[in-house]
Design a binder for this molecule. Structure first.
Ligand SMILES: C[C@@]1(CC(=O)O)C2=NC(=C\c3[nH]c(c(CCC(=O)O)c3CC(=O)O)Cc3[nH]c(c(CC(=O)O)c3CCC(=O)O)/C=C3\N/C(=C\2)[C@@H](CCC(=O)O)[C@]3(C)CC(=O)O)/[C@H]1CCC(=O)O
Ligand SMILES: NC(=O)c1ccc[n+]([C@@H]2O[C@H](COP(=O)([O-])OP(=O)(O)OC[C@H]3O[C@@H](n4cnc5c(N)ncnc54)[C@H](O)[C@@H]3O)[C@@H](O)[C@H]2O)c1
Length: 233
């Protein structure tokens, strides 16, 4: 099976989760992390789901699923422990063009949940197309242990630097080459931020900034040092 990988912007998008047990809870959490507008439909909910409802972070409708619940939804998760209910959700979703994941039931999924390695805005999503979720999990742990813990902070700094460069330097080969150079961790990881100095030198040479402009980035003040490798999960 050839799956199409993508990263969705879910902010404020109406998402429905049917079920509020352990499995649904983890899906609700990842939807909330993506700032989705989450509506949960389930007769019973775990304490964390109840707490989200009490805090107004989700809407919980305390009842069984019924047809029509997906009206206006962008995406849904069928996460009850009853395959028939999950499949009914999937069928309504298909009829209405709503993307659906029926947990652990591949024929009734339009999309799969991947294993995720996260460092700030950096996300690596792993899928085996359902061949082996256990392998996806193992690779997630291996990547997590191998990647520097401060990668997210460094990426934020890199993004800031990139915006500075793209604001003044027109699209073209020199800009592209410079951005590749800046994205080299070996360059960016040092306390003196030669990466920023390099960007300034480049922009000076091309007349975008005054010759005496100084470097005011936080990366200059912070000793980023050598990358600390390894997450614990
Ligand atoms: C990645 C992760 C994300 C998440 O769930 O959020 C995820 N499963 C995870 C763990 C996991 N799931 C299972 C085990 C036991 C070991 C094993 O079976 O291998 C473990 C490991 C464990 O729990 O230790 C059982 C299982 N899973 C599926 C079936 C049905 C089937 O295969 O037919 C069965 C058999 C059920 C049964 O026994 O009847 C199906 C799916 N599981 C998927 C995702 C989608 C494909 C992902 C991909 O593309 O690879 C897919 C297709 C649909 C979906 O649910 O989205 C998450 C790891 C998160 C992390 O990194 O921590
Ligand atoms: N718990 C696990 O560790 C685990 C691991 C892998 C797969 N799964 C699978 O994930 C699914 C859900 O597991 P779980 O542990 O979260 O189940 P659970 O029994 O804890 O929770 C089920 C939830 O579904 C709700 N529900 C039941 N009937 C409903 C209906 N008609 N309409 C709406 N909501 C309804 C319940 O109120 C409850 O909130 C199951 O298919 C299970 O096999 C669970």
């Amino acid at each position: 099976m050839s799956l199409f990988p993508m990263f969705l912007k879910l902010t404020a998008k109406p998402c429905v989760v049917v079920g509020a047990g352990a499995i649904a809870e983890s899906k609700i959490e990842s939807l909330l992390n993506a700032e989705a507008s989450v509506r949960v439909i389930a007769p019973e909910a775990l304490p964390r789901v109840q707490a989200w409802a009490e805090a107004g972070e989700i809407v919980w409708e305390q009842r069984a699923y019924r047809e029509g619940d997906l009206d206006g939804a962008f995406l849904c998760v069928a996460g009850t422990a009853t395959a028939e209910v999950n499949r009914a959700v999937f069928h309504e979703a298909s009829a209405k063009g709503v993307l659906c994941n029926a947990v652990d039931d591949p024929p009734f999924c339009d999309f799969y949940f991947p294993s995720i390695v996260k460092r700030g805005e950096l996300q690596i999503a792993i899928s085996t197309a359902g061949e082996s979720p256990a392998l996806a999990m193992r690779l997630r742990k291996e990547l997590n242990a191998a990647l520097p813990l401060d990668l997210g902070e460094w990426l934020m700094e890199l993004g800031r630097l990139r915006r500075e460069v793209t604001a003044v330097e027109p699209i073209g080969e020199p800009r592209k080459q410079l951005l590749h150079e800046l994205a080299s961790r070996e360059v960016c990881g040092f306390a003196e931020c030669p990466s920023r100095a390099r960007a300034q030198q480049h922009m000076r040479e091309h007349g975008f900034i005054a010759a005496d402009a100084s470097c005011e980035s936080t990366s200059q003040k912070r000793d980023v040092g050598h990358p600390v490798v390894g997450g614990t999960e």
